[in-house]
Write a protein that binds this ligand. Sequence first.
Ligand code: MTE
Length: 320
Amino acid sequence: MGDPRHQYITPPDVYFNRRTFIRAGLVAATTAGTALAYRRLNGVDLQAVDGAPIPGIVKPTGPGYIAHGEQLTPLESIANYNNFYEFTTNKDGVAAAAAGFNTDGWTVEVGGLCAKPRTFDMDMLVRLSSPEERIYRMRCVEGWSMVIPWVGYSLSKLLAAVEPTSAARYVAFETLLDPSRMPNQSNDSVLDWPYLEGLRIDEAMHPLTILATGIYGQKMPPQDGAPIRLVVPWKYGFKGIKSIVKITLVDKEPPTTWNRSAPDEYGFYANVNPNHDHPRWSQATERRIGESDRRPTLMFNGYADQVASLYAGMDLDAQF
Ligand code: MTE
C-alpha cells in the first residue's frame, strides 16, 4: 500500500465522490443530447466529443455481440470519466489532458511468432475488415461499469493476416511510449512505461475480443484510446490497453503492467469474477455509471456462455 504506484485503484467510493455521483445521475436523467445543460449544471468543463463519423458500420448479431436489454452509457460519460494514466491519474481530467493528442502517421507493428510480420498504418487496419458495432458491458476492477457501443472488429482478423505459427501461445500488446505526447510518462512513479498487456492466444482469437477504433459511430476520442485499443468484454477494464503501437505473438505469458505493479492484486487473466474479491474491496457488485444502486456483478461479466469453456479445468479463484 505504501508504494505510490498502487494508487490506481483507490476504493471506488473515493472516486464516486458526490460530484461524480450527482453528475452520473444527471446524465441518466437528462440522457444524451443535453450536453450543454449537463455541463452547466455540474460546473464541470466537459469535453465535447465530435469525432469524425465512421462510414459503413455493420451490426452483426453474433453471440454476445450486443448487450440486449441494457441501456447505453451516454457518450458524455464514456468520454469524460476515464482511466488513462499516460495523461493523468485524475479520471475527470483525462479528456482535457488528452485533447489534441496527435495520432497522425500512427502505425501498429505486428510480429513475433508469425509467418508474415508487418507494420500496419491506420488505413490498412481500417481496410482489413468492415467496422462492426459491438455493444459490450465494461466492468472496471474499481467497481464501476458502463455499456459501450464500440466500433471495431475481431482481433482474430488481424492475427490471421500475419499467420501465427504453432509456437505462438500468447499475444503481447504495447502502448505508445512518447512523453512528449503522453506527458504523464515523464513521471516514473506512476507506472512502468510503456503500458503492457497480454492475452492467451485462444482468448485473443475469440470473436468477442476486438480492436476498437471508435465509439458511438465516431472515431475513438483520445481519452478512450485513439486511434486503436483492445476490448475484451469478459475481463476487467484494465486489460483493454489503449493507443496500441505493437502486437507480438510470443510463446510465454508476457508481463503486464498492473500485474507487475501489484501481482497479488492484479492477475494476468483478470476475468470478471464476483466470487474473487480484490484484496481491498469486494467484486460482488458494481455501480453502473448513471445509476444510484449497485447491481450484482456477473461471472465473466455476463459472457460465460461464450467464454467459460476457455477456462475449463482452471481454478478461477486461484488463478485470477
Ligand atoms: N491503457 C493505457 N495505455 N493506459 C491506461 O492507463 N487504463 C486501463 C485501460 N487501458 C489504461 C489503459 C483501465 S484501468 C481501464 S478501466 C480502461 O482502460 C478504461 O477505459 P476508458 O477510459 O475508455 O473507460
